[in-house]
Ligand binder design. Structure first.
Ligand SMILES: [Fe+2]
Ligand SMILES: [Fe+2]
Length: 438
């Protein structure tokens, strides 16, 4: 089969380019193609498909990559199977769950449809929402309340709230449905928001907005005249982000423990290893630049840059070892064999090495946090310095989540718990660690 041909069903899903990967030579050498398959799939662009060429039908891959958000199409030729993997998110209509996934809220966009004749207002509003994407907010001036519009919004993941104006027109506020459900508007009382969504407290604190004694004030009132240093619309967006982050984290932690081991590993590699490899060069560059420019003002900055670089070198080696040795060994062994107590020295050795690496990385991050003043920017900090601190805080959060998955979700599937009757030495690896060290 000529590798440049995109099969009809794949092209119909919007794919315009293929990345060919023939894993038959790897398998012939007795190698493990899984890491390179996952790596290639996770690097796919929005219109690309992975074209995997393999000597047998790779059935387990369908569920592994399926759980990581890929759809597939398979064709057989006399000498091989050709499996095409492409991202589901844009190839298929959004599922109810995906529609419920909170996207970051965009600033409200004004739209005046009072001069248009039906059905133009409805079509214009829908077109604008599709153009702006899932986090869109619209403030639409309309001659009447557009009752027909409301039913059209739900399948797109949006909802609306109408406000009659003194002159008889309407302002229709359209926003993602999950956000409209929170009931938060610029007229909401701060104390009520903080009580209902405790995750918003840190937002109020960051702007020194009183959510206790002064909690009766509305968002608009608290932001009036620039006294909070943030506009009401911007504050609403920050509150929405805090709520969205919390929703996402609780959904993910509930679903991760349900994932099969191959799907869990695919998620770790795709999401967390992918993030680290992408973030590393940018963070190192920012740290070096900030050290170069501001070393006089803060003599800790060159040490910070060196520690950041050393940390990423350590992380890179760790990711390679997991992808090339540990994960293939875990997949080959299977959780069931582990639960039955069938030992594997290699798995035990690699898990112990993984834990040691995690402790090292945790210690490195703690040092970096201290050198970076707990990621609080000094007043004189330039935008580059602030960007560095943001990225470092984000890095720390991602690594904590990543290590939690490996130590507390993945590893317990392969080690016997303290309540089993097996000799402690037989299992090799320690009981899962994880709470304290990242
Ligand atoms: Fe990892
Ligand atoms: Fe790890």
């Amino acid at each position: 089969m000529p590798t440049s041909t995109i099969p009809g069903p794949v092209a119909a899903a919007g794919v315009t380019a293929l990345r060919d990967l023939d894993v038959r030579p790897i398998l012939a050498r007795g190698g493990e193609p899984f890491p390179i398959i996952v790596k290639t799939a996770s690097a796919l662009g929005p219109e690309e498909a992975l074209h995997l060429i393999v000597g047998f039908e790779p059935v387990p891959l369908y569920s592994v990559l399926g759980a990581a958000g890929f759809a597939s199409h398979t064709e057989q030729t006399p000498d091989a199977y050709h499996v095409y993997f492409f991202r589901k998110a844009w190839a298929e209509p959004r599922t109810a769950e995906a529609a419920d996934e909170p996207a970051p809220l965009l600033p409200p966009v004004d739209l005046d449809v009072r001069g248009l004749e039906p059905p133009q207002p409805l079509a214009t509003i829908i077109a604008k929402l599709v153009e702006l994407g899932p986090g869109a907010q619209l403030r639409v001036r309309h001659r009447r309340e557009p009752l027909l519009l409301y039913d059209r919004l739900a399948p797109l993941g949006f909802a609306a709230r109408a406000e009659r104006q003194p002159e008889g027109d309407f302002v229709i506020h359209i926003a993602p449905a999950w956000f409209v459900d929170t009931g938060i508007t610029e007229q909401s009382a701060i104390g009520e928001i903080a009580a209902r969504y405790p995750e918003t407290i840190e937002v109020f604190e960051s702007h020194k907005i009183d959510y206790c004694c002064g909690g009766g004030a509305t968002i608009a009132g608290a932001c009036a005249g620039g006294k909070a240093g943030v506009g009401a619309a911007e504050l609403v967006r920050e509150l929405a982000s805090a709520i969205a982050r919390k929703k996402k984290a609780s959904r993910e932690s509930a679903s991760e423990s349900e994932l099969s081991t191959p799907a869990l590993i695919a998620r770790i590699v795709d999401r967390h290893h992918g993030y680290l490899r992408k973030a590393a060069p940018e963070i190192v560059r920012l740290a070096q630049k900030v050290a170069e420019v501001h070393r006089e003002r803060d003599p800790r900055l060159p040490a910070l840059a060196r520690r950041v670089e050393a940390l990423f070198e350590k992380i890179e080696r760790h990711l390679d070892r997991e992808e090339q040795v540990l994960f293939p060994a875990l997949l080959a062994r299977g959780a069931r064999a582990a639960a039955a107590g069938e030992g594997s020295e290699q798995v035990e050795r690699e898990l112990a090495a993984m834990l040691d690496d995690h402790e090292d990385v945790g210690a490195g991050l703690a040092e970096i946090r201290t050198l970076a003043g707990d990621y609080r920017a000094p007043e004189w900090a330039c935008p580059t310095y602030r960007a560095l601190l943001d990225r470092l805080a984000e890095l720390e959060g991602d690594v904590h989540r990543h290590v939690h998955l490996e130590n507390n979700v993945l590893m317990p599937r392969f080690v016997r718990g303290p309540d089993t009757k097996t000799e402690p030495g037989a299992g090799g690896a320690d009981a899962p660690r994880g709470g304290g060290a990242p």
